[in-house]
Every structure is written in structure tokens, then in C-alpha cells.
Design a protein around this ligand. Structure first.
Ligand code: ZN
Length: 386
């Protein structure tokens, strides 16, 4: 992704923003959202050794070069699919594929494969579900050769895998209880689901331009805009079914500062910041940032009204989708250098982000009272081992 200066191509998109924002801002506060109680927050698991950079079952397999169309990219795709097939069979797996030429590869058509993982109430029809949409890109830079991209965005992808497995128990319990009570599918409230987008082709192959960047998300957003649901559906298209597009990027370095970028989703930003503050107070997070993100001093977090970052959210944003972009400003110093590798990740930051994102997703899906305890988790493990 690229921080744009005024006058760069993305500036036009920035200037067009207010129309979309005005529409979106009417929506966000009206959405249901339920804060987790302290006991529920304590149930939010960390990734622990699964985020180990050499042996971790979630993160280690992603810490390889993942240039679109390469063997490394295919291996990482298998890793994602195997994880969801084996550990989260209730989640549907969908690919959205496209090809494009790039300025670095001449006439060759490079394949881009976006992976969409989705979970919705068992009774719900696709077109009736509004989705919390969690996104990160999994491709890595074409050059420098051997570039890993640990914060960009291997670690964020691993965090989203962790979110999925950590909310699955709560979702299953909540929906089973609703079905038992006869509440499922009555249309009493909006149907809510979660989808995770692992996007390909975010990086520019030569230099960031409108056509040499975000290949995967441009293709996906265009497809979802025209792929309309049946007329009787609650939503017109998959684009309209995105209730919040939460894009994470460049996470995993120590002491990030993540400002709020968009007014329509500022309320969600504040909720996520509140999750972080509460988890710190409960001593549930390991990192000890100094005066960043949300200092606990009564001091307000930085909230610039200006500033615009071109990334995978843009093709969705210009279609009116509410965006919450969780990306540090300034970018970590090792951004797009060979130093962006596993060794330079801050394990505490990786795990803390995974917890914060999990808790936010659990609040958005209103899972308070439904999250399994650590004790339940042990029971499950014992059960599966039998
Ligand atoms: Zn990058």
C-alpha cells in the first residue's frame, strides 16, 4: 500500500469521498453492537505458539515469498484452505480468480486468487446476510527477490485465521440457542455473518499506480458489484452486504500508532480502541506501548481528518462500503525492506492484535455470553483426541 500525497492519482478518490461517507455515516451507529463483559473479554484467546515464526501452525507457513502465480503463493493458499477445511468446516470456502498483465511481466497473464471464507447463520439465505468483512492481503512484493513481508501482510493473515477459530465456538452456540428458542430465521433482526477476505495482488509490481496495484481487490469489488442477489433478497449485491470492511495491514511491529481514517467508521474505531483499552486494564495484553494508539491518560487518540491511504479497501470504498482501516501511521520503518521478516515481528504485538481483533469481531457478532471458556476449550481438545 502507499501513502498518497495530495495531487497523486488517489486524490480524486479522496475528493469524491464525502458523498459516500454521508450515506454510510447514517448506517454505522444504527447497527447492533454489543460490548463484551469483562469475563467474556477474559475468554478471548491469544494465538500463543501458533504465531511462532518458525514452528507456529498459523504464521510460519505464510512467512515465505508469495508473489502472485508463484509456487510460494500456491503453498500459502493450500495452507489457508487446509486450515479452514480441517479446523473450521462450517466456514464456506470460495475463490474469486482473475488475471492481469503487469508492468513487470510483459504479455504474460498473471493469475490473482482471492480467498473468501464465510460463516453465516445456518438458516440464513446468502442475500439476506450482512457481513462483518475482515480483510488482509497475502501476496508479497515481486521485488526485492526473497522479500517476506511479515507485517505486510503475513502476520495480519495469521491474525484473521485466529479470529475465525476464536469466534467459531461463540457463533455456533449463539445460533444453536436461537434455533432452539425458535428465533432463527424469523426475520426479527438483520441476519449477520462474518467473512474473511485473503486478498491477492495488493502490491505494485513496479511502482504504485491505479493499474499497478490492488489487482485482487479491484477484481473482487467489480465482481461483487455486478453479481446481484435474487430480487427478493435483503441486499442487492455482495458489495451492499458488506456492513463493515475492516482492513488490517502492516501490523506486528512494536509501538504502532493507528489513527482513525474515516469519519463514517469512527464509531467502530472508537469501539475497537475501547476494546484495546479495556483489555490493557484487565492485563490481557502483553505489549507495553508508550503513548500510542490509545494512551490510558485521558488523552484522546490522534484523529486526523486528512490523510488517505491507497490500499485494498479503495475499490470497495468507492462503491460506498464503510471502511475501517487498521494500519499504522507512520508506516513501520522496515516497510518494503528485506528486514520485514519474521525475526523483526514483535510477538507481543502480533498476539495482542489477534486478541483485540477477536474481541472486536465477537462484539460485532454480539457473542457476549456465548464464548466458550478456556475450560470448554480443554474439553473440546480432549474430546477430539478421543
Ligand atoms: Zn506492501
Amino acid at each position: 500500500m502507499l501513502l498518497l500525497n495530495p495531487g497523486r492519482p488517489g486524490r480524486d478518490a479522496y475528493l469524491r469521498l464525502p458523498t459516500y461517507l454521508a450515506v454510510a455515516s447514517l448506517l454505522s451507529p444504527a447497527l447492533g453492537y454489543q460490548e463484551l463483559s469483562d469475563p467474556s473479554l477474559r475468554r478471548i484467546p491469544g494465538g500463543g505458539s501458533d504465531f511462532d515464526i518458525t514452528t507456529g501452525s498459523l504464521l510460519a507457513p505464510i512467512l515465505v515469498p508469495r508473489v502472485p502465480g508463484s509456487a510460494g503463493s500456491a503453498a500459502v493458499q493450500h495452507h489457508f484452505v487446509d486450515f479452514f477445511r480441517q479446523q473450521l468446516p462450517e466456514w464456506t470456502i470460495e475463490w474469486q480468480n482473475s488475471t492481469s498483465k503487469t508492468p513487470a511481466t510483459g504479455d504474460q497473464e498473471i493469475p490473482f486468487h482471492n480467498l473468501i471464507l464465510r460463516r453465516e447463520p445456518p438458516w440464513a439465505k446468502r442475500g439476506d446476510v450482512g457481513y462483518l468483512t475482515l480483510a488482509a492481503h497475502y501476496d508479497s512484493l515481486f521485488e526485492p527477490v526473497g522479500f517476506i513481508g511479515a507485517i505486510d501482510s503475513a502476520a495480519p493473515c495469521a491474525m484473521l485465521m485466529h479470529v475465525a477459530r476464536s469466534i467459531e465456538g461463540g457463533l455456533a452456540r449463539k445460533w444453536a440457542a436461537m434455533e432452539e428458542a425458535g428465533d432463527g430465521g424469523l426475520g426479527l433482526e438483520e441476519e449477520r455473518g462474518v467473512q474473511i477476505l485473503l486478498l491477492d495482488g495488493e502490491e505494485a509490481w513496479v511502482t504504485w499506480t491505479a493499474t499497478d496495484s490492488i489487482y485482487g481487490s479491484r477484481a473482487l469489488a467489480a465482481h461483487w458489484d455486478t453479481d446481484v442477489y435474487p430480487e427478493s433478497s435483503e441486499h442487492r449485491s455482495p458489495i451492499e452486504a458488506i456492513k463493515l470492511f475492516l482492513l488490517i495491514d502492516l501490523l506486528g511491529s512494536p509501538d504502532p500508532t493507528v489513527p482513525s481514517y474515516f469519519r463514517p467508521t469512527h464509531w467502530f474505531y472508537q469501539q475497537m480502541a475501547k476494546v484495546e483499552r479495556r483489555m490493557r486494564k484487565l492485563n490481557l495484553l502483553a505489549s507495553k506501548p508508550e503513548g500510542v494508539f490509545l494512551p490510558d491518560s485521558g488523552e484522546e487518540p490522534e484523529k486526523p481528518y486528512m490523510g488517505y491511504i491507497a490500499d485494498d479497501h479503495v475499490p470497495f470504498m468507492v462503491r460506498g462500503v464503510p471502511i475501517l482501516h487498521i494500519i499504522p501511521t507512520p508506516f513501520p520503518k522496515l516497510w518494503h525492506t528485506m528486514d520485514d521478516n519474521g525475526e523483526h515481528l514483535d510477538p507481543a504485538a502480533v498476539d495482542d492484535w489477534a486478541k483485540i481483533l477477536t474481541a472486536f469481531a465477537a462484539e460485532w457478532m454480539e457473542l457476549d455470553g456465548h464464548l466458550p471458556s478456556a475450560h470448554d476449550a480443554e474439553d473440546t481438545i480432549e474430546h477430539t483426541e478421543l
